[in-house]
Design a protein. Structure first.
Length: 294
């Protein structure tokens, strides 16, 4: 069975064809520009692929409510040309197959719990730290959602006593994304994250904020595994600092599972599927849509 996957990111689109085992057979990447150009490339890629379903893991916010008039739309995005864009509808115009649709981070969580770092568990959380911060969660084998998908990158965090940075989120200023996403790092330090690898103070401050978010996720969702992905998390010194900050913040309050055993390094981990988690998760969304006949 051939399934199409679209990881629709704010910076780039990754499209691929895979199978029901999460194996990628073919893929392509191109920059996210305006919808007409980007979606034209998406459609062109899939036209000769004989796919039986397509899954879309998209940057958000998006409308995932199938009863809504705007189901399948990208909604209040700061990428103005994509605001209120019917991405599912555009795919359905060209491909009469079942289409699965959710956020890119939820797709990544689905991939990691099915074939990756959380395989064998029925619960995990995937957080991405890059151009933005987002998180998707699986609980009892099901995607966590309510009136819409979670927006965990926009939770409020305590500012570090010595940090005068006002935040970089256009909606909330000093929320987690506004304080710790890639653009916030660049704005605060006047350099891109990749050019700050040897500056210990940068990553200690970054871990300070990320750990607050992760602590909140642990206390509210109680995931059995936390997977941290995205470009910023590729700084090798960052994850150990995050783990240590989370341990201190929890202060022994959740003595359960790997946390009780002192194995936080096995509880907060990098993606086993690496940069392919989003695409593989999109393929999984397509597979689920096919199974449901959607």
């Amino acid at each position: 069975m051939l399934i199409g996957g679209i990881e629709a990111g704010g910076t780039k689109f990754v499209c691929g064809v895979g199978n029901e085992h999460g194996e990628i057979i073919d893929q392509v990447t191109f920059p996210t520009t305006v919808p007409e150009e980007t979606m034209g490339q998406v459609i062109s890629f899939f036209q000769d692929k004989s796919i039986e379903a397509i899954g879309i893991g998209s940057f958000g916010p998006i409308d995932i409510n199938k009863e809504s008039k705007t189901y399948g739309y990208i909604t209040e995005t700061p990428k103005t040309r994509w605001k209120n864009y019917h991405i599912v509808g555009e795919i359905q115009k060209h491909f009469p197959v079942p289409v699965g649709f959710h956020t890119d981070v939820t797709a990544a969580a689905l991939a990691e719990v099915t074939w990756g770092a959380a395989k064998g568990l029925d619960s995990c959380l995937y957080i991405t730290v890059g151009t933005g911060i987002g998180a998707g969660a699986i609980n009892n084998g099901k995607i966590v959602e309510g009136m819409t998908h979670p927006e965990m990158g926009h939770i409020l965090v305590r500012c570090h006593p010595e940090d005068q940075f006002e935040g970089f989120c256009p909606y909330h200023g000093n929320c987690l994304e506004g304080m710790a996403a890639g653009p916030a790092i660049e704005k605060r330090w006047n350099k891109k994250a990749e050019d700050l690898s040897n500056h210990k103070e940068v990553w200690e401050l970054e871990a300070y904020y990320l750990a607050q978010g992760i602590m909140n996720y642990i206390l509210t969702l109680s995931p059995k595994k936390i997977v941290c992905g995205g470009g910023v998390m590729k700084q090798e010194q960052l994850l150990p600092l995050v783990r240590e900050n989370v341990r201190k913040l929890l202060n022994g309050y959740v003595p359960v599972g790997e946390l009780a055993e002192g194995n936080i390094d096995r509880y907060i981990v990098l993606p086993k599927l690496g940069d392919k988690a989003g695409l593989i998760g999109a393929i999984r969304l397509g597979q689920e849509a096919y199974n449901k006949g959607m």
